[in-house]
Design a protein around this ligand. Sequence first.
Ligand code: HMG
Ligand code: MG
Length: 301
Amino acid sequence: MSDSVRIVEVGPRDGLQNEKTPVSVADRIAFIEALIGAGLHTVEVGAFVSSKAIPQMVNSDQVLRGVNHHPESEFHVLVPNEKGYEAARAAGAKVIAVFASASEGFSRANINCSVAQSIERFKPVVIRAKADGVKVRGYISCVLGCPYDGEVKPQAVVDVAKLLWDLGCYEVSLGDTIGVGTPLKARQLLRAVAGAVPMASLAMHFHDTYGQALANLYAGLEEGARVIDSAAGGLGGCPYAPGATGNVATEDVVYMLEGMGIATGVDMPRLVAATNQVSGLIGRPPVSRVAAALNAKRAIS
Ligand code: HMG
Ligand code: MG
């Protein structure tokens, strides 16, 4: 497995979208700058969604404008519909992410429409993005279970993945939104979806609610997947997935990969410093085990 893995840092979006304490535009920009400084060059920085639904992501246009001067970095923003696309484009977005669900219950709760309707909404967005030279990533939520519908069959994920791929998404990110997956199920899922979308174009977006995310990632790596979404400090969750905790922590992913001989280009002390910076703002310590271990080690040395 000693090849490369691409990390998509989602802390500033998936992480902060679920925090009760609002984080200012200036602090969000400083967090993103710190992540870039740590070597994370693909960062999801905001969402162009309803401010009533997700107040934490308000002023994502200012955040994107504030970091867009880094030519070596790629910034992603969530876009649910044409209104969001127009705002994202006006702010200079070069990569957007549309987000569907493998389950109807979550689709309704999250974006107020059925799965089929969401795909219809994405069609004009993708057409416009293509014409503008904007790359489109596609998310699928609830790939290993849904907080509303319960079990989700791999075939439901395969069907949505195929729709997003055929629409023109360059990558499909598989979201275990509520972190219920276990390694064999994650492996079977990746195997099934790879029949519709090339493995190289699949990302693993695993939340760590039940402490399985690293094990699930390892199973996915063995299967050949090479893109990992993670959040500094293990920040995050989704307001429409009650009880779900954050994404797998970037520190924990980097520690595991480096330990396996897979270079990530991430400077761990600088990453932990970025995490500590945002932890101070939201008023709670990082859930990342590696960040906690390194902070404890520093405290006694
Ligand atoms: P809706 O109510 O069906 O939309 O919401 P609407 O078209 O009827 O509009 C209702 C209001 O929203 C109107 O404003 C619109 O202008 C406004 P009002 O007239 O009431 O003042 N609106 C917008 N405002 C800003 N930006 C927009 C936009 N569109 C409409 N783009 C909508 C549909 C999708 C907008 C809404 O349900 C929404 O924003 N939901 C939030 C979804 C979200 O961000 N969820 C969290 C991210 S998903 C996630 O975390 C999972 C993921 O991490 C993967 C995983 O872990 O599984 C990606
Ligand atoms: Mg997520």
